[in-house]
Ligand binder design. Sequence first.
Ligand code: ZN
Length: 310
Amino acid sequence: MKCLGISLIFFVLMSFGSEHIYADQESQARMALYKKTAALTNIPWEYLAAVDQYERQVHDDPKEGRVTAIKPEPFFWTGSAGEMPVDFFPNGWGSDGNGDNKAEIENDEDVLWTIGQYIQSYGTTEDDIKIALFNYYKRDLTVQTIMNTAEVFKKFQTVSLTKRDFPVPTEANYSYRSTWGDARGFGGRRIHEGTDIFANYGVPVKSTTYGVIEMKGWNKFGGWRVGIRDIYNIYHYYAHLNGFADNIEVGDVVQPGDVIGSVGASGYGPPGTSGKFPPHLHYGMYQDNGKNEWAFDPYPFLKKWERMVH
Ligand SMILES: [Zn+2]
């Protein structure tokens, strides 16, 4: 009884205009749709969820009354370039997922069922799904992002992954300021695309997000560095590391707080060159919109994550 009382109070407190409740209900509604479609098509739910998650970042917010963001091309849906008929399309993929005898391009169930059937037509293994996605999007980075996101969803069994972390422990001695677009003190005339967090050699460097390690290795400028693609089509770049954490490899799923390496001063020379500048973490963020990828200022995000963990 006591337990019930406490959880009731908790629920009432949480219900006061909390965005979290809404976000949670929405992700539950999404999950229910993914799982229903997965059961009907044999495409594991995390791939359907990852396609939706990818398109969520590429388009504006889903329309009122919709919970998924997938927007098929009209030609894919109808198989013809002309005016869209109302119900069925002999030459297109659009089909009826909710049993109302209409195949509506703006209906969540119809769209998911259609995408699920399309992928299933290639088969249900990881490779089959990759080929289906490539033929649908015609873009390697898109396929890679979706496959990565599916791995993350599979590991954590949810689409509600909002936790973040600051890239160095907030107990450590460190400093950073907004330097977006400054000329570099080193590295020639390239504009500085990121934030430098100055700290001592060996201070742990942590993943700020959920994601997949996409790159690990040496680059003449960045030294030892790691790249992580998150579930928001954002690539996080950690450079000048002293070294990598022992257990990290390309393809690994990470979560906020996972140690990926330590602060160093590597770079500006052949592999192993170090000490040409004070030790710091160079942290960069790159957004992909489905067509291009560009750098944006991580500083406001770092400030936010720093507050979240304090
Ligand atoms: Zn930098």
